[in-house]
Design a protein around this ligand. Structure first.
Ligand code: HEM
Length: 445
């Protein structure tokens, strides 16, 4: 059995800074490079070591068979001052109770019902587009995701004014939630402009959410099944008391952040790739056919294998950058004994683009997901939503939102690439997002 000292360190670290500069400047390339160093690799955030797991079988052990020895990582603990104690950051008994409550809002029956709201919002978005007038795709999809999440959380009881306010503050909060955990704790107390901006945006978001939650208290019977109703109806099994308004707000904020960050980035990338590969777009639009009047059912969405393959391929190529854990007991991983309190992490992005498990990993190829393609993801090597007890609680909801949006938009519009399109990558959100993605909608004739 090796000790933690035997784990190789990634090259390129600097004294005092460690690998922070590489995470700041070329994060995705750096994360990809770690798999060449070994199945378990030490990186340093400043002077603090983090052990990055690059082998899917070991990642699976962290998530499941050895999951009891891993708790919330640094990244999540550092988010507490910003996001509070919602399900994204909590751990232990509180976490299990919160998770059970929230899961009630994501049953298949709820998701089926949410398709109505998703479809309505997607139609609303489609109606704002004009033939030939370029659209900032990511911006449009962010607005859609906030509206959908808010509508499903609050059964449509959030006004357009409140949604506009959320749209303003959310990007700042998301950026702070990704960047702050990579910095030492002391940064939170420094009078730096980006710290102040993050704190102010968070305070603004909390005020909006608190007002909306308070307004729901008196009328929850009218909104059976939305998430706020589930949270307001929940009772502490020990005391029989309802959740405090603060905790309900923390949960709503967790959902808004989870719901509004990753879906728009994934969908925006899907349209980017479709615009570059008209053959794939044609195949998807043929499958979608002529738009029906009402929202699709889950059964209908499940009968669209190519559209689903487009979604999977977008998720594979554009995945969450890094998820962290911390050992809560000494545990063996890949022949190395990790002491209690060791910070570990893994990168979905790196797993999904590993040429050992995915041929031509940089190519956008929905066809690889179709039966008979001769390829299927290696065991545990495709985990866009994580796994184990911290697995994304919104996974099925997210897939429903993405499928229903592809269908609603694809039924009405083709999105063309304008001449000279240059798209960059921003790593400010968990799933890296495209920058400068302006596409030209054309009515489907
Ligand atoms: C493309 C879409 C999405 C992706 C790729 C994604 C991915 C992830 C990942 C990787 C995690 C961390 C898992 C871990 O720690 O092991 C996570 C957690 C979480 N996600 Fe998502 N997510 C997506 C959409 C959503 C949506 C739509 C919601 C809510 C409406 C949501 C809510 C959450 C919450 C609350 C957590 C924390 C769960 C917990 O720790 O129990 N996510 N997500």
């Amino acid at each position: 059995m090796n000790t933690i000292r035997d784990v190789p360190t990634a090259p390129g670290g600097l004294p005092g800074v460690g690998h922070l500069h590489r995470l700041v400047r070329h994060r995705l390339r750096f994360l990809e490079s770690l798999r060449q160093v070994g199945p378990l690799v030490r990186i340093r955030l400043g002077t603090a070591p983090v052990y990055v797991v690059t082998d899917p079988a070991l990642v699976h052990q962290v998530q499941s068979s050895k999951g009891r020895s891993f708790g919330r990582g640094k990244q999540f603990q550092r988010m507490v001052p910003l996001l509070g104690h919602g399900v994204i950051t909590s751990d232990g008994e509180l976490y299990h109770r919160q998770r059970r409550t929230i899961q009630k809002a994501f049953t298949p029956a709820h998701i089926e019902r949410h398709l109505v709201a998703i479809h309505r919002q997607a139609e609303k978005l489609c109606a704002t587009w004009e033939d030939g007038r370029p659209v900032d795709v990511l911006h449009a999809l962010k607005g859609l995701a906030v509206a959908v999440t808010a509508e499903t959380l609050f059964s449509g009881r959030m006004t357009d004014q409140v949604l506009a306010q959320l749209n303003r503050v959310l990007p700042v909060v998301e950026k702070a939630a990704v960047e702050r955990p990579m910095m030492p704790k002391v940064v939170d107390r420094l009078p730096l402009p980006f710290v102040r901006r993050g704190d102010e945006a968070m305070a603004g978001m909390r005020a909006v959410v608190a007002e909306a939650v308070a307004a729901c208290r008196g009328q929850s019977s009218r909104s059976e099944g939305d998430m706020v109703a589930c949270l307001l109806a929940a009772r502490d099994p020990d005391t029989g008391r309802p959740l405090s308004d603060d905790l309900v707000c923390d949960e709503v904020i967790a959902m808004l952040i989870g719901g509004a960050a990753n879906v728009p980035a994934t969908l925006a990338w899907a349209w980017f790739h479709l615009a570059l590969r008209p053959g794939a777009e044609e195949r998807m639009l043929t499958e979608i056919g002529v738009p029906a009047d009402g929202p699709p059912t889950m059964a209908e969405l499940n009968r669209m294998p190519y559209t689903r393959a487009v979604m999977y391929e977008a998720m594979r190529l554009h995945s969450v950058q890094l998820v962290t854990q911390r050992t809560t007991a000494a545990v063996e991983l890949g022949g190395v004994m990790l002491p209690c309190g060791t910070d570990t992490a893994y990168s979905q992005h790196s797993l999904h683009t590993d040429p050992r498990f995915c041929p031509r990993p940089a190519a956008f190829s929905p066809e690889r997901w179709l039966p008979g393609s001769g390829w299927e993801p290696a065991r545990h090597a495709f985990v866009p939503f994580g796994g184990g007890r911290f697995k994304c609680v919104g996974d099925n909801f997210a897939c429903a939102v993405m499928m229903a949006t592809l269908v609603a938009v694809g039924g009405r519009w083709r999105l063309h690439r304008p001449p000279g399109l240059r798209v960059g990558v921003s790593v400010r959100e968990p799933v890296p997002s495209p920058t400068g993605l302006s596409l030209v909608p054309r009515h489907r004739s």
